[in-house]
Design a protein around this ligand. Structure first.
Ligand SMILES: Cc1ncc(COP(=O)(O)O)c(C=O)c1O
Length: 379
């Protein structure tokens, strides 16, 4: 069994899988990009320039003014390693989450942290359990070490199926990965249900709760599993600045877990992957409620352009609480990808239950109007 990754292997998987789509054939080979379906495996994007990027769930409104100012102000310190800024940032995050700084681990995006956790729980083999489809990075990474990925289907509303997950735990299940709201479906499961699940199963198996899209929910629905961490449970929560905060290009995210788990996972972290600019941007924008409310409200309007189109054409879709929508492909996936690229729009195709599914990220309202028109033209 391969238990050590070279830096090159590490880089290849981390970058390609967290970028999450094929850039060009040579880069695909180099970066081991992870296609989500057969259609993507044989499809090469001809270039990103000038295209409307509805394929990576990016935020078209970020970064916020506060983040921009934070970056500008720190530039004069770009010659210094961020030894103190990272410690200050952890203190800030710990305060926000109501834990001590030894419960926090910062990474170059939450993708970085998913890779570290994938290594931690996959390195000795065994099984990682999740629903499918979901964000696959942790499981893909653990499979590098011959861990098996056990998948259970979503329910008929395309929601994470917690009952099915609970019954699929085996004696050698090392970790359960959950994602709420889930990518690629955008669906949400009631936080009480998720909490009860975590409370129960984490007595036997640690749970990794990916909360990348939590801030897309109305504040009253933003219930994090961090409460369970505070109770000392085996729950690992991951958060990112890439989505609502619009800082995907800065690469910054963090974990909240009990110190013992943080120590275990951070062993597999890179040398010192923090940048002054990313820390400054995240520090400046953390908790910027006005910016987040603006993003949520514009996203909702733009998302409605797509869901209205799907409603009119009686296409079912997962009820999305996020900046992407998941629905069955009306034509073969490869044709959709290439025809939409010709028209200037990038999107994703997933395979699930022997069918192809479209995942379309939500851009601005105008971009979505353009997308729907182009999509309707040929579908
Ligand atoms: C559910 C989920 N988790 C984690 C990530 C990784 O994001 P980042 O590495 O930019 O924090 C993504 C990116 O799309 C995601 O959808």
């Amino acid at each position: 069994m391969k238990t050590q990754l070279s830096r090159r292997d590490w880089f290849k998987s981390t970058v390609a899988l967290s970028a999450g789509f094929a850039l060009s054939s040579s880069l695909v080979d180099k970066l081991m990009a992870a296609p989500m379906g057969k259609a993507e495996a044989n499809f090469q994007i001809k270039g990103l320039s000038g295209k409307v990027r509805l394929n990576s769930n990016e935020n078209p409104y970020g970064p916020s003014e506060k983040a921009r100012q934070g970056i500008i102000q720190i530039l004069s310190e770009a010659n210094r390693y961020p030894f103190t800024s990272i410690e200050d940032f952890k203190i800030l995050l710990a305060k926000k989450e109501g834990v001590t700084p030894d419960h926090i681990h910062v990474g170059a995006g939450s993708g970085d942290l998913l890779c570290q956790a994938g290594t931690t729980f996959g390195i000795e083999g065994g099984r990682i359990l999740s629903c499918y489809p979901t964000f696959p990075l942790l499981m893909s990474y653990s499979q590098v070490f011959n861990a098996k990925w056990d998948k259970v289907d979503l329910n008929e509303k395309l929601e994470y199926n917690y009952d099915a997950l609970a019954s699929a735990i085996k004696s050698d299940t090392k970790l359960i990965f959950i994602c709420n709201p889930n990518n690629p479906t955008g669906t949400l499961v009631d936080s009480q249900k998720v909490k009860s699940f975590c409370e129960e199963v984490s007595k036997k198996v640690p749970v990794y709760a990916d909360e990348a899209y939590l801030e897309f929910l109305e504040p009253s629905l933003q219930v994090s599993m961090v409460d369970l961490v505070k109770k000392g449970m085996n729950v690992i929560v991951s958060r990112t600045f890439s989505k609502v905060y619009g800082l995907a290009g800065m690469r910054i995210g963090y974990l909240v877990a009990k110190p013992e788990l943080i120590r275990q996972i951070s062993k597999y972290g890179g040398d010192f992957p923090y940048s002054q600019t990313a820390i400054a941007a995240a520090t400046a924008t953390l908790g910027d409620e006005a910016f987040m409310a603006m993003v949520r409200s514009k996203n909702e309007v733009a998302r409605k352009v797509l869901t209205d189109y799907l409603d009119q054409h009686k296409v079912m879709y997962g009820k999305s609480y996020t900046n992407f929508v998941f629905f069955p492909a009306q034509k073969d996936g490869k044709t959709i990808l290439s025809k939409m690229e010709e028209r200037g729009y990038l999107m994703r195709i997933w395979d699930y239950q022997q069918k192809e599914w479209c995942r379309v990220s939500i851009g601005t309202e105008d971009e979505m109007k353009g997308f729907v028109k182009a999509f309707a033209d040929f579908v």
